[in-house]
Design a protein around this ligand. Structure first.
Ligand code: ADP
Ligand code: MG
Length: 395
């Protein structure tokens, strides 16, 4: 792998060094060390607000939190990714109190208080291997590592019901305290992921289903490419795509595009060409999610790759949310032997994925780095990503 590789690190080594950082910073031992993964969505893009399905998987790149309760009402937060620690009090963790990065952590403690849990004063130190702002959900990894740690501190058993409760608490933290809109996919996969599986998440009713996904067992690697690009129109672009989908649904007399049965007739009846293209992406992407799940269950990875590449074309041409950096990563990967590749996440920057034969991984990675270099663009990050575990206690 070229130097651009972003390593996930070895969880036990990261935990060891975090425990000793906690000791240096706080002056005592943490009660435990907890971890939650970043994520990448395999397919099902821009479907959440259309009540569709997505198929995220946990990355091996994760965020680690070491915690200990305090006897007083202070809350002290330190991140090895941030210069400034944050200090607050138990009664003032909610909206309007914590700012910046600390809002994601204090927000989780607040949301759990709101949920009726008796949260003690806290010392928390976090460390992360999830690239921040790359669309790989460093924010949910941070929230969920802390949430799992807080539950352990007060002696709750981390069963499926508690994990579901934590999804809601972490969403509240991100929405109400950090003030960032979040759909819930990120927290759901961070808390419910299982090794060697992707999670089929139905955004209509939040039901989930584990789907086998183990590329390395089939001689393949999933390569995540962090383009390091984030175009300034991404927020506005997201809003306008959402509005277009709502307009399509209104014209078709349904609440959401998920409800449409005869998609061909529906497309023909949409007279506005832009709205029709937006709806076509949504309908074809919904079909691709079903196809991808079916192919995964049958381990038909060649065809899965083709579905990925079709998804990219649809996002690029019909939904118009790609950008030159994403297109170059996808095109270079497929030219160099990837079975398929696509942008992932909201678009206008962020990350792409490529399904690559194991023996082509270095070649594909190097070709992408070279292609970026020859355009004078910032070097992309390369993350080989076998599907990882959900949030859990490490020690
Ligand atoms: P993404 O989740 O795609 O990485 P977001 O904008 O949703 O991007 O979240 C990024 C923000 O989350 C950062 O700006 C920072 O405030 C917070 N964050 C994520 N990881 C950490 C960390 N390890 N330490 C401190 N803050 C973090
Ligand atoms: Mg995020």
């Amino acid at each position: 792998m070229p130097s651009a590789q972003v390593s996930a690190g070895v969880p036990d080594e990261i935990a060891d060094s975090l425990v000793s950082r906690f000791h240096d910073t706080v002056g005592r031992e943490p009660v435990g060390c907890f971890v939650a993964p970043g994520r990448v969505n395999l397919i099902g893009e821009h479907l959440d607000y259309n009540d569709g399905k997505c198929l995220p998987m946990a990355l091996p790149h994760a965020t680690y939190a070491a915690l200990a309760p305090r006897d007083d009402d202070r809350v002290n937060l330190t991140s090895l990714q941030e210069e400034e620690p944050w200090q607050g009090r138990l009664g003032a963790l909610g909206p309007g109190h914590a700012e910046g990065w600390a809002a994601y952590v204090a927000g989780v403690a607040w949301a759990l208080q709101e949920d009726g849990l008796d949260i003690p004063g806290l010392d928390i130190v976090v460390d992360s291997r999830v690239p921040v702002g790359a669309g790989l959900s460093s924010s949910a990894a941070l929230e969920c590592s802390v949430a799992v740690g807080l539950c352990a501190l007060i002696g709750l058993e981390l069963d499926h019901d508690l994990r579901r409760r934590l999804v809601s608490a972490c969403m509240r933290a991100e929405r109400e305290v950090a003030g960032a809109p979040t759909g819930g996919m990120d927290q759901t996969i961070a808390l419910l992921a299982e090794r060697e599986h992707a999670l089929l998440l139905d955004c209509r009713d939040w039901s989930t289903e584990q789907v086998p996904w183990d590329p390395s067992a089939h001689g393949l690697e999933l390569l995540v490419i962090d383009t390091r690009a984030q175009h300034s129109h991404s927020d506005g672009g997201y809003e306008s795509r959402r509005n277009d989908c709502e307009e399509a649904a209104r014209s078709l007399g349904v609440d959401t595009l998920r409800e449409v049965d005869d998609t061909s007739a529906a497309l023909e009846s949409l007279s506005d060409t832009r709205i029709r293209r937006r709806a076509r992406h949504v309908f074809t992407e919904m079909a691709r999610v079903e196809a991808a799940v079916d192919l995964l269950r049958r381990s038909e990875y060649e065809s899965l790759g083709q579905v990925f590449t079709s998804s990219h074309a649809s996002l690029r041409d019909d939904f118009e949310v790609s950008c030159p950096e994403l297109d170059l990563a996808v095109d270079t990967a497929t030219e160099e032997g990837a079975l398929g590749a696509r942008m992932t996440g909201g678009g206008f920057g962020g990350s792409a994925i490529a399904l690559v034969p194991g023996d082509r991984l270095d070649t594909v990675g190097e070709a992408i780095v070279q292609a970026y270099r020859s355009r004078g663009w910032e070097e992309p990050g390369l993350l080989p990503a076998n599907p990882g575990d959900g949030a859990r206690r490490l020690r």
